[in-house]
Design a protein around this ligand. Structure first.
Ligand code: ATP
Ligand code: MG
Length: 410
């Protein structure tokens, strides 16, 4: 007997000529995450079979659950095609099903020369199970669990049930995007949703030190580490942009109700300059319609005016409750709710324009030389590559954010 994992791809069937590219990329994303070298792979009929060769499925399944582009998995027992072996393997699997559940045995034959029909195999296996194991009953129409048998050319597979994957598309299959990552609850969720949809994401954090603390910058690093879990090679790029000087300039020249509007416009301008250098087609942020005073449709429009690239807002239509549920599932929530201020939490709602106008925004931006400030910021950026097993600590004795970043850079 030999255990394997059957992996089904998510929604790749619709992709026509691109299918091969998607499947190859999904396979690559799986292989680069599984470090157990005993595991071998076989690709057949739009499915991937991962032979465990003694590796533990309980160690592999949690990894597969972090790979975008996979629909579901089943842990299979592979036996030679003798009916007796199939019955024995099926019985062992049936014993893992909780008592008092209903089951249905379903057989598929790829090998049409097999002496029994699919129905005959199902009946023989079901009879064997019910004879040797009490506590399960048959239900042909709405079973709690399916016990599946596949008879292939070389061997037979037996498996029970499906473990749900992330779905979405393999990372990189949809091109690149820059995700604006604050220290809040929303933007890590937005970045995650983009990664899940196959976007090769680079993160960008604007840190407003000395107005904001080093702990706020550390939150971005810690969040990036959580997002790296879903990204290719368990790594993700995080650009740390020194925003302090520009932030202070905005506070000096711009009336308070327009601070957030202008800051947001500056952030997307930076992201766009960056993206253009790198052929990145989209910017992603964590705005959700109506969630706070600055996230109105008018405000989004005034932000979008200053860039050509599309700004994708994966959370636009979600409720806060739904966003928090995802944040908890991807384990970013407890980092996000740590109390340290980032640039935008410095503002109280009554001071924010809910209906900003492009005309006024342009007028206020005309009051200072933001182009030079943006150039300086891009010059002084620090780019980190964060991996799931890094422990990157910026909060060192008495260092500024920039000094700490310099110190941790390779
Ligand atoms: P979040 O929970 O993501 O911080 P928020 O509800 O606090 O969102 P805002 O402060 O209005 O919303 O920010 C809106 C979006 O702008 C964020 O979701 C994020 O994508 C981006 N953003 C805000 N501040 C920063 C920052 N310091 N660095 C990078 N991006 C930022
Ligand atoms: Mg925020």
């Amino acid at each position: 007997m030999q255990d394997a994992i059957l992996i089904r791809y998510a929604d790749l069937s619709l992709k026509g000529k691109n299918k091969k590219r998607f499947v190859d990329l999904a396979n690559q994303r799986i292989k680069e995450k599984i470090s157990d070298t005993r595991v071998t792979y076989a690709h057949r009929h739009d499915r991937l079979y991962l032979n465990l060769n003694g590796a533990e499925s309980s160690a592999i399944i949690p990894i597969l659950k972090t790979v975008p582009g996979l629909l579901s998995f089943s842990i299979i027992t592979s036996v030679d095609k003798d009916l007796k072996n199939i019955q024995e393997a099926a019985l062992n699997r049936a014993k893992t099903i909780p008592l008092n559940k209903t089951i249905k045995v379903d057989t598929k034959r790829a090998d049409k020369t097999y002496p029994l029909t699919s129905l005959e195999v199902s009946q023989a296996v079901a009879n064997y199970i019910f004879k040797h194991h009490e506590g399960l009953t048959a239900d042909m129409h709405h079973p709690d669990e399916m016990l599946n048998i596949e008879i292939r050319k070389d061997r037979a597979f037996v498996y029970v049930g499906k473990i749900q994957g992330l779905e979405g598309f393999p990372v990189g299959s949809m091109g690149k995007g820059i995700a604006l990552l604050s220290g809040g609850i929303d933007s890590p969720v937005a970045a995650y949703l983009a990664i899940k949809k196959g976007v090769d994401v680079e993160l960008m954090h604007f840190e407003s030190s000395p107005l904001t603390s080093i702990e706020a910058a550390q939150k971005a690093v810690d969040l990036a580490k959580k997002l790296a879990v879903y990204h290719k090679h368990n790594r993700i790029v995080l650009h740390m942009m020194p925003f302090g000087k520009l932030h202070e300039t905005i506070m000096t020249y711009v009336p308070k109700p327009y601070h957030i509007t202008i800051m947001r416009r500056m952030m997307v301008r930076v992201a766009e300059r960056f993206a253009n250098l790198d052929h990145t087609p989209i910017i992603i942020n964590g705005e959700s319609i109506g969630q706070v005073a600055s996230q109105t449709l008018e405000s989004m429009k005034v932000t979008d005016k200053v860039v050509d690239l599309p700004i994708i807002r994966p959370l636009a239509m979600l409720e806060k409750r739904e966003i928090i549920a995802i944040a908890k599932a991807i384990d970013t929530y407890k980092i996000s709710i740590k109390p340290f201020e980032d640039c935008c939490t410095l503002y109280v709602p009554s001071q924010v324009a809910t209906n900003p106008r492009d005309f006024y925004a342009n007028r206020y931006e005309y009051l200072f030389d933001y182009d030079t400030l943006l150039d300086d910021m891009i010059q002084a950026k620090k780019t980190l590559e964060i991996s799931t097993d890094d422990t990157l600590d910026l909060t060192m004795e008495g260092l500024s954010v920039q000094e700490a970043l310099k110190k941790v850079m390779p």
